[in-house]
Every structure is written in structure tokens, then in C-alpha cells.
Write a new protein. Structure first.
Length: 305
């Protein structure tokens, strides 16, 4: 059965009057006459069969029915506005592919690479969301998922883009001269990784530095935050090599001791086989695989320096 709905203009007038507490103020916001607002509210109340406002000499305010109605109507209008804006931004000429990737992967690697993808596949549009987990109820909306996880936990259907090699990085300006390991660790703070607190312990053990007494500085949740802290001269951090390539090349950071470790983690791509039947999804998967295969930093990802 087809639902009977009030006019969108009447609903919009209702929301604005509720927000402004005045027909005249609502008319100013919507650039119409006060009589038009009054007529639209009257029509809506007749449609519903109930008054929605209590009127007085001081203005109008929602009654109990109006309060309840406003909650649902506001949410509905917001959803319609979002859906309309999204539809207007789509092109019938392009196939859209959605990616969900870790935040640091997005900001430090993926976004700088997207111009290359667009040049190769102009008919495919990608939408990128950044999170370390899939929001509940959104699983089917994601075409390609990339996760950073311990290698032993990777699913059998995943594609390993890169094993995670972490380089010891610092801003050149804060590195003591001459560079000597003990002096470096004694004078330059190390930045903590809040979600991976054992990284530094792993580093100390691998290089026989368990007796060192490093200064622990600020802590950051994501690698992109830690890298920014390094570039600001706040201390040293362990950063995935492939994420730091640009900063190293531009001289914003250095690896003062040439040290790095294999973290035991990897970056894995997941995409359901039925999703990859779409040419756009298949092209994004192939492009990601090819980019990492050609990336020199990937050659460091399975060994320590």
C-alpha cells in the first residue's frame, strides 16, 4: 500500500518553526512570507489531525505530540538530505568502489597514491573510510577491507599487501652529533604507541638494549600522529617503512641509526569473491597489489635492517 505523506515544504516549515519558536523568524530563515509559514503549519496539523504547537502572545512552542513528531521528522529529513547529496555526487558514468582502511594507511599511503589510480582507471570512483574495525551493520557496504593484523591471524582468503617493517625515525634537527647509539637513546625521547605498547620492548630486545633507560615522551594512537610528532621534533618513533617513504625522501625525518624491525604484523586485503566480479572492485584490488609489489619499501617489509 502506498504511504500518504505530507508535503516536504510543510515538514521543513515545521522543523524551522520548532527551532525558531516563531512563525516570523522561520519565515526569515526560509525566505518566504509569514502567511506562507502559517498556512503550511495549518495544513500539516490538518493532515495529522492534531495540533503540534501551543500558541501564545510570546510565540509558539511544541506541545507533547509536536515534540515526539519533531524527533522522527528531523531524523528523516537529515537522512533524505544525505541520500540526495550522495546521489547528486555520483556519476552514472562511473563505477563506485568503497574501501575501509586503517587511518594511518589512508593518510600516509593511500591518499597520495590515488592520483595514479585515477589516471589509470578514470571510470572508477573510490570512496575511502578510515577505521580499524567495520562499523556494525556496515559489513555488506564495504567492497574492499584492509586490515593491519598479526600475520598468524590473517584469513586464508586475504591478500598480503606488505609485511610491516618498522623504521626508527627522528627529525634530523634533534639527532646529536656525532651519532652514537647510547647518546641518542639517552637524549632523544621515544614516542609511545598507545594501541601497540609492546613495540618498543620488541625493539629493545632485538638490538640488545634492554638495559637502556630511554625517555618516554608523548603517546599517540595512530602512526600518522606519531610521524607528525617526529616531524615536529618531539622524539623518535617506530613507523612502517612504506608509510614514511615520502617524509624520508623529503628529509623531514631520518633513520639515524639505520635500525628497523619486523613487527610480526602485515597489511591484508579482504574482498568477497562476489564483490570482485564487478570490474571496478577487481581493478582496485589489482592496482593495490601492483603498487605494493613495485614499492621499494616493500622489499624491506620481510626483514630487519
Amino acid at each position: 500500500m502506498e504511504a500518504r505523506l505530507p508535503s516536504m515544504r510543510a515538514l521543513q516549515a515545521f522543523v524551522v518553526v520548532a527551532q525558531q519558536g516563531s512563525f516570523s523568524e522561520a519565515a526569515k530563515v526560509l525566505h518566504v512570507s509569514q502567511s506562507t509559514i502559517s498556512k503550511q503549519i495549518q495544513q500539516l496539523e490538518q493532515w495529522i489531525g492534531q495540533p503540534l504547537f501551543a500558541r501564545s502572545a510570546y510565540g509558539v512552542r511544541l506541545n507533547a505530540i509536536g515534540e515526539t513528531y519533531l524527533q522522527s521528522v528531523s531524523s528523516g529529513i537529515h537522512e533524505i538530505a544525505n541520500a540526495t547529496a550522495y546521489a547528486r555526487q555520483q556519476s552514472v558514468q562511473q563505477e563506485s568502489v568503497s574501501l575501509l582502511v586503517p587511518p594511518s594507511f589512508a593518510s600516509l599511503w593511500l591518499i597520495p597514491q590515488l592520483q595514479d589510480f585515477k589516471a589509470r582507471y578514470p571510470s572508477v570512483s573510490v570512496t575511502v573510510s578510515a577505521s580499524d574495525s567495520i562499523p556494525q551493520g556496515k559489513e555488506k557496504e564495504v567492497d574492499i577491507l584492509i586490515r593491519c593484523q598479526p600475520r598468524q591471524q590473517a584469513g586464508s582468503q586475504s591478500i598480503c599487501l606488505a609485511n610491516e617493517h618498522l623504521a626508527l625515525l627522528a627529525a634530523a634537527a634533534i639527532v646529536p652529533e656525532p651519532i652514537e647509539r647510547a647518546a641518542l637513546l639517552a637524549t632523544v625521547p621515544v614516542l609511545s604507541h598507545l594501541t601497540r605498547p609492546t613495540l618498543w620492548e620488541h625493539f629493545w630486545q632485538q638490538f640488545g638494549l634492554t638495559d637502556s633507560n630511554p625517555q618516554y615522551g608523548a603517546g599517540f594512537e595512530h602512526f600518522f600522529m606519531a610521524l607528525e610528532g617526529v616531524q615536529q621534533g618531539m622524539g623518535m618513533a617506530l613507523i612502517p617503512t612504506f608509510m614514511a617513504t615520502t617524509s624520508l625522501r623529503q628529509g623531514k625525518v631520518v633513520n639515524p641509526l639505520g635500525l628497523g624491525i619486523d613487527s610480526g604484523y602485515g597489511y591484508y586485503l579482504y574482498s568477497a569473491s562476489y564483490k570482485q566480479r564487478a570490474s571496478g572492485v577487481s581493478q582496485v584490488v589489482q592496482w593495490l597489489s601492483d603498487r605494493f609489489a613495485r614499492d621499494p619499501a616493500r622489499q624491506l617489509s620481510s626483514k630487519s635492517v
